[in-house]
Design a protein around this ligand. Structure first.
Ligand SMILES: Cc1cc2nc3c(=O)[nH]c(=O)nc-3n(C[C@H](O)[C@H](O)[C@H](O)COP(=O)(O)OP(=O)(O)OC[C@H]3O[C@@H](n4cnc5c(N)ncnc54)[C@H](O)[C@@H]3O)c2cc1C
Length: 380
């Protein structure tokens, strides 16, 4: 059975209506964070841009995720330095920090800049987090190490990194607001319109589909990956004041200001079946999530919402941004880490279409697709 998220159920106003005469210069497929960000940048530059969303704005991963607004990409910073080199790793980190600043400007009360806590589940993870902490501090990024954790975390985890400039999102509210900014700037947004590349006519077409990219551009090395989430009734106490995540991102949760716990992950219980573009929950993963709730809360609160969403994973866990076919562009493959990166990459692909060459594009170059083998990879 297909699902909807707690976030998407929030009542909301319709989008400002914007229609232009004549042919669109750029058409964007997908009304998530990437597509809306791309449309906003183009509309602000006076480009006639139309966006088609098959369902509703934020109906995909952008309105179904855990609401973690994190800097960086999926790989830990020490690994990114090794894989990308110091210069590129720093560029990507700075890009996402700027994206979080921009999110704060645009999102209003959909974004709470409360930091995030990445917890060490065992000694190996503690060593890995220490390496990441040291690599970040060495490059001058704000980061804190925590040995002392509050109960019940002190029984379950061995330490943590605090990322003080990350934050928590109501992601559907945020992306609806981003879409409204784009519409106010002149972008034409059409919801309920599923399109194919072949039927569209524009100077440039942008596929902004993350987990849906394999359906539209099967030649790219992007794999549809399912994540599952649940939300509880409001808890008696406020236990978690910022997003928390552990086990390499396989466990993640945030408590909302109204007391509800939103918790996701645990796809590692069945990685094969979670490699899918079917937006459905499973008993296996949901049972694991409920067991984790009990550990974190001390009892089993009622579960009010369960949902699934699809993101796109690349073999090297870095997004792909650029021109794939003549006049057809892509931005996606955030590998489970798309809230800040999606905002940044939607803007980058728009600027690339306008002929700019921001230096960060090199880290996301689609030319590396040919060399990447589709291999199973980890990711939350
Ligand atoms: C369960 C889950 C938890 C996650 N947690 C986090 C997190 O906490 N932090 C984080 O940074 N990232 C997280 N992510 C990843 C993040 O949500 C995504 O990477 C990001 O939202 C991708 O945005 P997007 O706009 O590129 O794609 P999407 O938001 O998926 O938007 C693509 C849109 O394209 C539409 N579409 C598809 N095909 C067509 C078509 N043919 N015509 C028209 N429209 C079409 C879809 O309906 C969809 O709305 C999570 C993802 C999931 C699923």
């Amino acid at each position: 059975m297909s699902t909807t998220s707690l976030w998407l159920k929030e009542p909301h106003e319709g989008l400002p209506r914007s229609r232009f005469e004549g042919r669109a210069e750029v058409i964007v497929i997908g009304g998530g964070v990437t597509g809306c960000s791309c449309a906003l940048t183009l509309a602000e530059r006076g480009v006639r841009v139309r966006l088609h969303e098959a369902r509703q704005i934020a109906g995909g991963a952008s309105g179904r995720n855990g609401g973690f607004a994190l800097r960086g990409a999926t790989a830990p910073y020490d690994e990114a330095r090794r894989e990308l080199g110091d210069g590129r790793a720093r560029l990507v980190m700075e890009l996402t920090e700027r994206a979080l600043d921009r999110m704060e400007e645009l999102a209003g009360d959909a974004f709470r800049r409360v930091g995030s806590l990445r917890l060490a589940f065992d000694e190996d993870e503690r060593d890995a987090l220490r390496r990441e902490h040291d690599a970040l501090r060495d490059h001058g990024f704000a980061v804190e190490w925590m040995d002392e954790l509050e109960p019940p975390l002190d029984r379950m985890y061995l330490g943590a990194i605090l990322h003080p400039r990350d934050g928590a999102l109501q992601p559907a509210r945020w992306v609806r607001r981003l879409a409204a900014h784009a519409a106010n700037a002149g972008a034409e947004i059409r919801e309920g319109e599923r399109v194919t590349i072949e039927e569209l006519d524009a100077d440039a077409i942008v596929v902004a589909g993350d987990g849906f990219i394999p359906q539209l551009l099967p030649e790219l090395p992007i794999r549809a990956t399912r994540g599952q989430v649940l939300a509880t009734e409001p808890l008696r106490e406020l236990l978690y004041d910022r997003p928390h995540y552990a086990r390499g991102g396989y466990d993640y949760w945030q408590q909302l200001p109204d007391g509800r716990l939103v918790i996701g992950g645990n796809r590692d219980v069945s990685l094969e079946t979670e490699d899918t573009d079917v937006e459905e929950t499973t008993v296996l993963v949901q049972d694991r999530l409920e067991a984790l709730v009990e550990q974190l809360v001390g009892y089993r609160p009622a579960v009010t919402d369960r949902w699934a969403g699809i993101w796109g994973t690349t073999p090297d866990l870095m997004p792909l941004v650029g021109e794939v076919r003549d006049g057809v562009w892509v931005a996606g493959g955030y590998s489970g880490h798309g809230n800040a990166l999606g905002l940044a990459c939607g803007d980058l692909v728009a600027r690339a279409i306008l002929g700019e060459r921001p230096p960060e594009l090199a880290a996301f170059d689609v030319a590396r697709s040919a060399a990447m083998r589709q291999a199973p990879v980890d990711g939350s």
